[in-house]
Design a protein around this ligand. Structure first.
Ligand code: NAD
Length: 295
């Protein structure tokens, strides 16, 4: 019992932290609306991928909750790249649309980078446009990708000063790993990025005061690799079969062996109930920022 209580204190609770972010966003939106403006996010979904449909539905529900208008573009998976680009170009021009979210993955006949490059940087709520990535690299204010932005907010709830900390980021995607490294560098951490080709990955992980895991392999990071009293942010979302239920049920786990890691570390994010909630909250935050950029 006592152990459980101690461990509960170590959990970086995405529900509590994302609620605070959402409350701040809602309050700012009330202000903006009192000036006669209505923040609006265009949500573009191509095809019927079930996971994407769930993500899009959650994002739209959250928009409703915080007072952001959302408009849907549910497009046939056979839509041509040119037609999709036209939709984005029109949304760029539309003064009543403040943010554009294109849900990935896209069908293979559409060039994802071309789509990202076409979204106006000021409406790029995913923060993936090369101009926004460049601004992040130059450490100037910009629309920052939602997941790493959420990770930083979580980190700051348990570490007052990030300066000089050894941070290890596992993964190098444009969505998570790369911007994460940049944000940590901008906060004066000493950053090491490791990935699928890294040799002896555990040697790097064992030096980390801060570990960000964004891999996509269930329970990849073992507790014995972790530094004592480190802070762990688990970005991974992996669906595995839940043997304890004795049937075909699936459950979500992260990239870190949470049950063992929590005994060793200072703080850790759970999956579910961690980074995922922050990602949606930061999307709302980015839509607010995009709206103010266009005012
Ligand atoms: P990705 O597939 O684009 O990148 C995965 C990265 O992991 C790659 O850079 C690769 O080098 C690295 N990797 C793969 N195998 C490895 C290995 N054996 N050792 C070390 N590194 C290895 O994925 P992504 O978009 O960056 O997402 C990573 C994970 O985070 C996935 O589980 C994804 O579902 C999850 N995710 C969660 C959220 C959220 O809101 N919580 C948001 C985005 C992604």
């Amino acid at each position: 019992m006592a152990n459980k209580e101690i461990n509960a204190e170590k959990i970086i609770d995405g529900k509590i932290i994302s609620s605070k972010v959402l409350k701040e966003v809602s309050e700012s939106i009330i202000q903006i609306k009192s000036n006669g403006l209505e923040p609006c996010l265009a949500v573009v979904l191509v095809g019927n991928d079930p996971a994407s449909s769930v993500y899009v539905r959650n994002k739209k529900l959250m928009c409703e909750k915080v007072g952001i208008k959302s408009i849907d573009f549910n497009l046939d998976e056979r839509i041509s790249e040119e037609e999709l680009l036209d939709i984005i170009i029109n949304l760029n021009k539309d003064k009543t649309t403040n943010g554009i979210l294109v849900q990935f993955p896209l069908p293979s006949h559409i060039d994802k980078q071309k789509i990202i490059n076409t979204i106006s940087p000021d409406k790029d709520v995913d923060g993936l446009h090369p101009i926004n990535a460049g601004r992040l690299m130059n450490n100037v204010e910009t629309l920052v990708p939602c997941t790493p932005q959420g990770c930083m907010i979580m980190l700051r709830t348990c570490l007052d000063d990030l300066s000089g900390k050894n941070a290890v980021v596992i993964g190098r995607s444009n969505l998570v790993g790369r911007p994460m490294c940049q944000l940590l560098t901008n906060s004066d951490c000493t950053v090491t990025q490791v990935h699928s080709k890294t040799i002896n990955i555990e040697d790097f992980i064992s030096q980390a005061d801060i570990l960000i895991a964004a891999i996509g392999i269930p329970k990849f990071v073992r507790a014995e690799w972790l530094k004592d009293r480190s802070v762990i942010i688990d970005v991974g979302i992996n669906r595995i079969s839940d043997k304890s239920e004795g049937n075909n049920k699936k459950k979500l786990v992260g990239d870190v062996d949470f049950d063992e890691a929590i005994k060793k570390v200072a703080a850790i994010t759970p999956v579910p109930g961690g980074v995922g909630l922050m990602t949606v909250a930061c999307l709302m935050r980015n839509t607010l920022i995009a709206t103010t950029l266009q005012m």
